[in-house]
Design a protein around this ligand. Structure first.
Ligand SMILES: NC(=O)c1ccc[n+]([C@@H]2O[C@H](COP(=O)([O-])OP(=O)(O)OC[C@H]3O[C@@H](n4cnc5c(N)ncnc54)[C@H](OP(=O)(O)O)[C@@H]3O)[C@@H](O)[C@H]2O)c1
Length: 360
């Protein structure tokens, strides 16, 4: 019996210290106490995880919060909960499916019609390592939701952001971008064997490249844009990974894992910091690891790749052909014409119907 005492106590001490130090090591809370009364925040994927906690914190700080979610039942329930907990009645649930260009355009159109201003846009929604699948428009699901949907939404709301300047765009990227590679020859996994990890990393690298190119294009406009890795946060993001799917890991390993990683409330602090803090007002084009500015991976600093990704993305979502203020669907022939100019624009000849990934 005594031979187990030492290893067990060492494990217990290390584990206990890790749990106690977790908040400190993982970045802590947003130091700014700034309030945002009179400001409007649009946040995607706000019914759960980091997005929901970010929406709650910004509502607490007095913002008018528009939550864009694909599942209206979950969205209404989260909005109601946030209104109740913060006593801020100005929290609204709106339909947004980032896996559909049509839905993104409808959402943006409604914001433009109904809102006087957009002070903060938080591109938060994301899917990670989901099974191979295509969006309604035939894009790889992870590229489509994590990058292309947000790329289109941001562009459609640019006039509102500019009118409301100083205003901010925040893109939830990930440390995973460091192993990402943009395959301009096959962005949508039409030619090579599908690799869901690499598809996620590609989409998160796209978030950082998009941030840098947008910041360049918005210079002098009063609209800033930054990317952030929120840290490792216990959310539903891993729903498609082994951890959530195996009985052993979800019942035995997962409780240990969640003791060591941040909860969603702490996970929201970096987004809140970028959205409200005074010292971030003029900062743009940067990458934040939690609340500390870091240099992103070398491939995220490639200006030519950022420019090319912008052009390809514009054409894929139909912005280039129609002009940014249009709210109609991207014409299929626009995508086909564009594909003749750049192989990166190839989308499935027979786009599969949209794949809803929740609960799979
Ligand atoms: N958690 C982490 O450790 C971590 C680390 C690095 C980066 N991130 C990034 O942080 C962001 C938030 O992730 P999270 O951890 O909070 O994940 P989460 O708990 O899974 O929340 C993701 C949100 O995105 C929504 N979403 C997914 N597909 C959508 C679509 N087609 N249209 C609209 N909304 C959609 C989800 O809606 P449903 O509930 O309907 O599915 C959900 O509200 C993501 O961009 C993620 O890449 C997270």
């Amino acid at each position: 019996m005594s031979k187990y005492i030492l290893p067990v106590s060492v494990f217990g001490t290390v584990f206990g210290c890790a749990v106690l130090l977790k908040n400190h090591v993982t970045g802590g809370r947003c130091p700014s106490k700034a309030t945002i009364n009179g400001k409007t925040v649009v946040i995607t994927g706000a019914n759960t995880g980091i997005g929901k906690e970010t929406a709650k914190e910004l509502a607490k700080r007095g913002g008018r919060v528009i939550m864009g979610c694909r599942d209206m039942e979950k969205c209404e329930a989260a909005a109601k909960e946030i209104r109740g907990k913060t006593l801020n009645p100005h929290v609204y649930a709106r339909h947004l499916d980032l896996a559909s260009v049509k839905s993104v355009r409808e959402f943006a159109g409604r914001i433009k019609r109904e809102e006087q201003r957009v002070d903060v846009l938080i591109n938060n929604a994301g899917v990670m390592r989901c099974p191979e699948g295509k969006t309604e428009d035939g894009f790889d699901m992870q590229l489509g939701v994590n990058h292309l949907g947000h790329f289109l939404l941001t562009n459609l709301l640019l006039d509102e952001l500019k009118k409301s300047a100083p205003s901010r765009v925040i893109n939830l990227a990930s440390l995973a971008h460091i192993v990402g590679k943009i395959d301009f020859e096959d962005l949508n996994w039409e030619k090579k064997k599908f690799d869901t990890k690499q598809a996620y990393c590609q989409s998160k690298l796209a978030n950082v490249l998009f941030t840098r190119e947008l910041a360049k294009r918005l210079q002098g406009s009063g609209v800033t844009v930054n990317a952030v890795h929120p840290g490792v946060v216990a959310t539903e993001l891993g729903r498609h990974t082994g951890m959530h799917q195996s009985q052993f890991s979800s019942s035995v390993l997962s409780p240990f894992f969640s003791l060591l990683v941040k909860n969603s409330e702490l996970g929201a602090q970096p987004s809140v910091y970028l959205a409200v803090s005074e010292e971030m007002e003029a900062v743009t084009g940067r990458y934040y690891d939690v609340m500390t500015e870091k240099e992103p991976a070398p491939q995220a600093l490639d200006e030519e790749a950022a420019r090319r990704l912008w052009e390809v993305s514009s054409r894929l979502v139909g912005l280039e052909e129609e002009g940014q203020s249009s709210t109609s669907n991207p014409p299929a022939e626009a995508q086909n014409k564009a594909a003749q100019r750049d192989p990166a624009l190839t989308v499935g000849q027979n786009p599969q119907p949209a794949v809803r990934t929740e609960g799979l």
